[in-house]
Structure formats: C-alpha cells, structure tokens
Design a protein around this ligand. Structure first.
Ligand code: PGA
Length: 235
C-alpha cells in the first residue's frame, strides 16, 4: 500500500497561499516520492490550485461535503462540487466538525457515501477524547465510530486522537500501534490507515515507521511547505 501524506489546512489560506503550494512544488515536482501527497485547502482555493497541484504531482481534497448531491442547502458544498473543482479526496467526520457542527456517525457515513458516489475517496476521521482514553474507552469509542461511519468501498481511515490535535501531544508508539492494529482488524487489509494529531518534522519518521501506519493527516505542519515537505521526506 502506497502511504498517503495529506495536509489539512483547516480554515487557513487566502489566494496569497498559492505561493506555499508553489514552494512545495519546487521541492517535490518530478521527484520519485515514496508516498502520495494530497493537500486539503479551504474549498475557496481548490479551483485556483488545481492546475498547479496536478503539475507538481499533488492531489487535492476537500475538508467536508454535504450528504446530498445538490439542492437547497445554503452554505454547504457537495462532493460533486469538490470533484468539479479538482479534488479527488475529501475529509469527513473530522473531530472539529463532529464537535462544532454536532456531526453524528450516521451523518459522517452519509457524507462519506456521497463522496464515494461523486468519485471522491473519503478520508474518514475517528478518535477518542482525553477523557475517553483515561477511562480506558479509546478502542470502544473508535470501534463505535468505525461501525457507524464507514460506507462500502474505497476509503481511508484517519485515526486522530482528539487530545493530540493541535496540542503538540502524541500517543506513545505502542498506543498508536495498538489502535492501528485494532482499526486494521475492523476495516481489513486493503485500506490505508493514517495517523493524525501533532505530526511534525521531528516526530514523523518515528510515527510513520509504526506497523499499520499508512501515512499521516497533518494539520498545522502542512501550512508551511518546508515542514510539510520534511514530513513527506520522512516516509
Ligand atoms: P494537527 O492537526 O496536525 O495540527 O494536530 C491534525 C488534524 O486535525 O488533522
């Protein structure tokens, strides 16, 4: 399985950020990379990035999509629109969306199915909170999320402990290995499992060497081409 390094820009990036894509392109275009590289900028930048990203060998993804193909849903974006703007992936069920927009497993599953129907590969995020881990419920929580959020077919799972996102904290290698082995047992052999949560140049090599870690979903460190490239180079 070819590893995937995906950058999640979250609600960051203006047209001036296209220069950051160019800086990444300078470092990777035409090189024989050991992984697939995808950037998930805000939807407003997708179309502007599409041509250049393709020329650099960088794939694009959205950060969320609606469960319906079109219709009266003010402010929402459909999977087909993302595809039309140049995306081939879409993140669904990120913990920030589960928290900020009260997204349930059933809704995440419907969004992931809509992504599949539009020809996008969903990157479905799961992960426990600090309190859930402290209570010994991490596997139960992730197991429930997997059972409720995965559609049929091609997909990527991103294990992102909520307490590790944007905090600089990461689980131990043993804990990552245990959770990825658990997820592997649920989803089978042929789907990639990414780790996400405070991945940076200094820890990427160790995290990416863990069994059943098939890449990373990178937030903060994907905003700077130099850092994101260092993570890509760590594969
Ligand atoms: P982080 O975010 O790398 O900034 O911790 C990861 C994510 O939320 O996808």
């Amino acid at each position: 399985m070819r590893p995937l390094i995906a950058g999640n820009w979250k609600m960051n990036g203006l047209s001036s950020s296209l220069a950051e894509l160019d800086r990444l392109g300078e470092r990777i275009a035409g090189r024989d990379l050991a992984c697939e590289v995808v950037l998930c900028p805000p939807a407003t930048l997708l179309a502007a990035m599409a041509l250049r990203a393709a020329s650099y060998g960088v794939g694009l993804g959205g950060q969320d999509c609606h469960m319906k193909e079109s219709g009266a849903h003010t402010g929402d974006i459909s999977a087909l629109m993302l595809k039309d703007a140049g995306a081939s992936y879409v993140i669904v069920g990120h913990s920030e969306r589960r928290a900020d927009h009260v997204e349930t497993d059933a809704l995440v599953k419907a969004k992931a199915a809509a992504a599949r129907a539009a020809g996008l590969i969903p990157i479905i995020c799961v992960g426990e909170t600090a309190a859930e881990r402290a209570a010994g419920k991490a596997e139960a929580v992730v197991g429930r999320q997997l059972a409720g959020s995965l559609p049929e077919g091609d997909l990527v799972v991103a294990y992102e402990p909520v307490w590790a996102i944007g905090t600089g904290l990461t689980p131990t290698a043993k804990d990552i290995a245990a959770m990825h082995a658990f997820i592997r047992g649920v989803i089978g052999e042929n789907r990639r499992i990414l780790y996400g949560g405070s991945v940076k140049p200094s820890n990427a090599r160790d995290i990416l060497a863990i069994e059943d870690v098939n890449g990373a979903l990178v937030g903060g460190a994907s905003l700077k081409a130099e850092d994101f490239h260092a993570i890509i180079a760590a594969v």
